[in-house]
Design a protein around this ligand. Structure first.
Ligand SMILES: [Mg+2]
Length: 439
């Protein structure tokens, strides 16, 4: 009988702040990091499940400690017992009455629970010999509904309504799998748009993005209005009228500031404005959306759980949403959010800046296309081109599109050498840096 023998954790950090990669109005100096978790088993073939929480440096030790606090849920249990009912496993972790006090269902503990749930899905799909997107796509509508905790959702989405959505997608699944494997899934890129980049670097990278086949680019905004007006107009001149330009304020503004800031950017023709204000402020997003219409409004990468997404949708506060693979309660809660978005007819543009997020979230978007909405050409997954070399099964981007992963699992596994070298604070990469002591 195969059992889980250990839950191992690693505080892995990359010194990305040195080059301003990832810099935005709220996060000027991120060190992209992963609180990384491995569920080890006694299977002779070395079967294990991998998961991670993305953080941006300080606090990654706290996040790693939260992962370690979940050890007693998994160690000593059989793999069958966990992966045989992932819905029950997710409900068990989220429902632990003592840990729930630390949320409920939000913040550090919820993110840790999400990573362990994701590691269990990774284990399940590896054992099935399928990439995660395909593992989900091959479930019946009833099996997918069983993954979702409908508590707090039924005023917006009932199990019967979810089943209806999934059954409607069922007849053409096979064709869509073939289509996905042939065409890939649209990507958009944030690589040109970090706030710490010069105009020249932004323009050069924007031109490169278009040459590489991307149809949408995204710029960070929100520090100085005159800079944003100049950068957005320069970007428009650079990419021409046919490429979509989105902007991302990373929660920088009050509601009134957002409205005033966005008016002079109207002539740029924005594809969407991301995170204009606090991720918890549902009514604030609704007010901004109403005031700057028809400029589309988006949020979600910091959406703490399915309840916030429900409210954003119920309040008509957003034109599109982002999902994040490593913030909410794992695959199960993201399935709930995808079903909610489908119910409200709102498009999903998954968040994927950060280490490992592209690798993870592509699976969720692809499962959505095959098994839930049947749509992909009116949406796109974020792509940022760095740190992929640290993953055993990195994303493959061709002509501005994600290729469907073929290797079994959830693509979260990192190379042993990358983990060892980037361990904080004593890995070789950090011990060589003079600023390591400051974290
Ligand atoms: Mg963003």
């Amino acid at each position: 009988m195969v059992t889980i023998t250990a839950l191992d954790t690693f505080d892995v950090r990359f010194p990305t702040s040195l080059a301003h990669d990832g810099s935005d109005a709220m996060n000027p100096d991120p060190d992209y990091s992963a609180a990384y978790v491995v569920l080890r088993t006694n299977s002779p073939d070395g079967l294990a499940g991998y998961g991670l929480v993305f953080t941006i440096g300080r606090g990654n030790d706290v996040q790693t400690a939260a992962l370690a606090a979940l050890e007693h849920f998994v160690v000593g249990r059989t793999v069958d017992g966990i992966v045989g009912d992932l819905g029950a496993f997710a409900r068990e972790l989220n429902g632990d009455s003592q840990l729930r006090w630390l949320g409920p269902e939000k913040g550090v503990m919820h993110m840790a629970i999400g990573a362990v749930i994701n590691a269990a899905w990774d284990l399940a799909s590896r054992r099935a010999g399928k990439p995660l997107w395909r593992f989900i796509a091959d479930m019946t509508p009833e099996q997918i509904v069983d993954q979702v905790d409908f508590r707090y959702l039924t005023d917006a989405l009932t199990p019967a309504q979810a089943l209806e959505i999934l059954r409607a997608a069922e007849p053409h699944k096979r064709e869509r799998i073939a289509q996905l494997e042939a065409e890939g899934y649209p990507a958009y890129t944030t690589s040109p748009g970090w706030l710490g980049y010069s105009d020249e670097k932004m323009q050069r990278l924007a031109r490169q993005a278009v040459e590489d086949g991307f149809r949408t680019i995204k710029l960070k905004v929100g520090l100085r209005l005159e800079d944003d007006i100049r950068r957005c107009r320069l970007a428009r001149e650079t990419v021409g009228p046919d490429i979509a330009i989105a902007v991302d304020a990373n929660q920088r503004w009050d509601v009134g500031t957002a409205i005033d800031w966005l008016r002079p950017l109207e002539d740029v023709g924005l594809a969407w404005v991301e995170e204009p204000t606090s991720p918890d402020d549902v009514l604030g997003h609704a007010a901004i959306r109403h005031a700057v219409s028809p400029t589309p409004i988006s949020t979600g990468e910091h959406g703490q759980n399915r309840v916030i997404f429900k409210q954003l949708l119920q309040a008509g506060a957003v034109d599109l949403i982002q999902i994040d693979a490593a913030r909410v309660g794992g695959v199960n809660e993201n399935l709930a959010i995808l079903l909610l978005a489908a119910r409200f007819g709102v498009r999903v543009f998954p968040h994927a800046g950060g280490v490992g997020l592209c690798e993870l979230v592509q699976h969720l978007a692809m499962a959505d296309f095959v098994a839930i909405t049947g749509r992909k050409e009116d949406r796109a997954i974020e792509f940022v081109d760095h740190l992929h070399e640290h993953f055993v099964d990195p994303v493959r981007i061709e002509h501005g599109r994600y290729r469907a992963p073929t290797a079994p699992g959830f693509s979260a596994q990192m190379h042993e050498s990358s983990i060892r070298d980037h361990l904080f604070p004593h890995g070789i990469v950090w011990s060589a840096l003079p600023l390591a002591a400051g974290g």
